[in-house]
Design a protein around this ligand. Structure first.
Ligand code: ATP
Ligand code: DP6
Length: 400
C-alpha cells in the first residue's frame, strides 16, 4: 500500500478597513503601506484545503473547486519552495522523519463562496494553502512567520493567518523579513462586530488587484499623499479605536479609507473603477442610516467598505443589528441570505415598522444586488478532520 500523509485546515476571509494598495517590491509582495483588516466568520466564508504527500505522487497538483489549476505561477512556486526549505530544516534536525521535502504534493481546496469576485478568495485560499502545508510539514514557525510566506502568495492573505482584528506591518527591510501580519486584538476583544456583505456582482472583475495597484503606484499623484501622509497616521489611530472599541472612530476611518482607496484608483491612468452605480447607492443608504443616528446623538453606526470590486461590506455592532438589518430588509428582503439569521432575530428585523430610511431617495433599479451574506468577526485558521483527499490519496470533491 502507498504511503499517504495528509493535513486539512480551514482559513477565513478578511476584509480590510485600512486598505493595502500598492507594492514596493512585486517579487516579494512587499506593500507600500501597512494595512488593517477584520477576519470574518468561517461559518459563512471559508476555504477548506487538504494537502497530501507521498512517494507515489509523480507531480504536484492543485485542484480548486473541483478543477485542476496550475501550480506553475511564480508566486505559488516561491511559496512552495520556501515551505520545502523549512521542511528540510525540520528533517535535518530529526533524520527519522519521512523526507516530505523530496516528494510532490496533492493540494485540494474548496471555497464556499464565489472565487475571484472581490470577496477576498485569494486571501482565504492562500492562507489555507500555506497553513495546510505548514501543518503537514510540522513546521515550528509562529503564525506571524508563516504569514510572510502567505504574503508572497497574495498580500492580503497574510492577514488571514489570524482571527479578530489584524494588522499587516509593511516593514522596512529589503528582504521582507519584517513585513508580516500581527494580531491587533482577538475576536473575543470585540465579538459584537458584525458584517453584512451585499453581493453586487459575482462576476470576475476587469482589473485584478495585482495589476490595478501597480497602475496606481506608477501613475497616481494622489497615491503619494495617501501612503506618506494619510495611512501612517490612520494605521495608529485605527488600532487605537479598535483597542478602545470606539465604533464611531473605527467607522469614520473605515469609510474614509475605502473612499481614499477608490479615489487613488480613479486618479490612476487609465482610471480604475471598481464601484458601480449600485455600490454608490449603497453608500448613499449607509450615509442616510448614519445621518439618522447622528441626529439621535448616537454617532456612526454603520461603516461601508469596498475592495477591488462593486460588493459592499457593511460593518456594524450587534446592538444596532435590528436597526440596520430592518432597513436592509426593506430594500433587500427578497434576496437569499436572510436564512443565516436565527428565527428570533429575523422576526425582530421583519417586525420593525415605520418609514424606510431613504424611502424617497431610491428607485428600485438603484440596487442590483444578488445576495446577502450576513456574518461577523471570526477566528483564524482552524484544524479540521474533514478531508478532501481519500485514504488512497485521491481527491474527493465535496461540492463539485
Ligand atoms: N482555495 C484556494 N486555493 C488556492 N488558490 C486560490 C483559492 N481560492 C482562490 N485562489 C486564487 O486566487 C485567485 C482569485 O484572486 P483574485 O484576487 O482575482 O480575487 P479575489 O481574491 O476574490 O478578490 P480580491 O482579492 O480583490 O478581494 C484565484 O484565481 C486562485 O488563483
Ligand atoms: C483592495 C484589497 O482587497 C487589495 C488586495 O490585494 P491582493 O492581496 O489580492 O493583491 P496581491 O498581493 O497582488 O495578491 C485591499 C486589501 O485587502 O487590503
Amino acid at each position: 500500500m502507498s504511503e499517504v500523509y495528509s493535513a486539512s485546515v480551514t482559513a477565513p476571509v478578511n476584509i480590510a478597513t485600512l486598505k493595502y494598495w500598492g507594492k514596493r517590491d512585486t517579487k516579494l509582495n512587499l506593500p507600500t503601506n501597512s494595512s488593517i483588516s477584520v477576519t470574518l466568520d468561517q461559518a459563512h466564508l471559508r476555504t477548506l484545503t487538504t494537502v497530501s504527500t507521498g512517494p507515489q505522487y509523480l507531480a504536484s497538483k492543485l485542484y480548486l473547486n473541483g478543477h485542476e489549476e496550475t501550480l506553475n505561477k511564480p508566486r505559488l512556486v516561491a511559496v512552495l519552495m520556501t515551505l520545502k526549505e523549512l521542511r528540510k530544516e525540520v528533517e535535518a534536525k530529526d533524520p527519522t522523519l519521512p523526507k516530505f521535502s523530496d516528494w510532490n504534493l496533492l493540494i485540494v481546496s474548496e471555497n464556499n463562496f464565489p472565487t475571484a469576485a472581490g470577496l477576498a478568495s485569494s486571501a482565504a485560499g492562500l492562507a489555507a494553502f500555506v497553513t495546510a502545508i505548514a501543518k503537514l510539514y510540522q513546521l515550528p514557525q509562529s503564525f506571524s512567520e508563516i504569514s510572510k510566506i502567505a504574503r508572497q502568495g497574495s498580500g492580503s492573505a497574510c492577514r488571514s493567518l489570524f482571527g479578530g482584528f489584524v494588522a499587516w506591518e509593511m516593514g522596512e527591510l529589503a528582504d521582507g523579513s519584517d513585513s508580516k501580519a500581527v494580531e491587533v486584538a482577538p475576536k473575543s476583544h470585540w465579538p459584537d462586530i458584525k458584517a453584512a456583505i451585499l453581493v453586487v456582482s459575482a462576476d470576475k472583475k476587469d482589473t485584478s488587484s495585482t495589476s490595478g495597484m501597480q497602475i496606481t503606484v506608477n501613475t497616481s499623484d494622489l497615491f503619494q499623499y495617501r501612503i506618506k501622509e494619510v495611512v501612517p497616521k490612520r494605521f495608529v489611530d485605527m488600532k487605537d479605536a479598535i483597542l478602545k472599541k470606539d465604533f464611531n472612530a473605527f467607522a469614520d476611518m473605515t469609510i474614509k479609507d475605502s473612499n481614499s482607496f477608490h479615489a487613488v484608483c480613479l486618479d490612476s491612468t487609465p482610471p480604475i473603477f471598481y464601484m458601480n452605480d449600485t455600490s454608490k447607492s449603497i453608500i448613499k443608504l449607509v450615509n442616510l442610516i448614519n445621518d439618522q443616528s447622528i441626529a439621535n446623538g448616537e454617532g456612526l453606526i454603520a461603516a461601508y467598505t469596498y475592495d477591488a470590486g462593486p460588493n459592499a461590506v457593511i460593518y456594524y455592532e450587534a446592538k444596532n443589528e435590528v436597526k440596520i438589518l430592518s432597513t436592509l430588509y426593506k430594500y433587500f428582503g427578497e434576496l437569499p441570505g436572510w436564512e443565516a439569521l436565527d428565527d428570533a432575530l429575523l422576526a425582530g428585523v421583519k417586525s420593525v415598522e415605520g418609514p424606510i430610511i431613504g424611502e424617497d431617495a431610491f428607485a428600485a433599479s438603484d440596487f442590483d444586488v444578488s445576495r446577502l451574506i450576513l456574518t461577523g468577526i471570526g477566528e483564524g485558521p482552524q484544524d479540521t478532520d474533514v478531508s478532501l483527499i481519500d485514504e488512497k490519496g485521491e481527491p474527493k470533491f465535496l461540492t463539485a
